[in-house]
Design a protein around this ligand. Sequence first.
Ligand code: FES
Length: 120
Amino acid sequence: MQAATPDASGWIRLCELSELPETGARGFDLQGRGTDDMFIVRRGDLLRAYRNSCPHWPGASMPWRKHAYLDGKAEHIVCHGHGARFRLENGLCVLGPCQGRLLEAVLLRIEEGRYVSALV
Ligand code: FES
């Protein structure tokens, strides 16, 4: 993916809402480094974004392959490093070595009813 550029306020347009799975996750490599900087999780009306950095090992990339941020039932975010599980809605670690700690949330907004942008 080509490196993206935020506007003067720090917002960057990521994709169209229709490009996100109804239930699932999508990673974004904003700097074109070959590793996601952030990811979005979606489940029905729930839409959240977090930095791809595990609180157990800050800076550690979480998925085992591109976009693989969720468990099999899409109930939790999972870090492949040591299996930590996080709530979709707030990024709280509920199981694993960083239990009680939070993923760093990224602010999202929907523009024109269809474009998903993040404050980076
Ligand atoms: S690096 Fe994520 S659980 Fe250890």
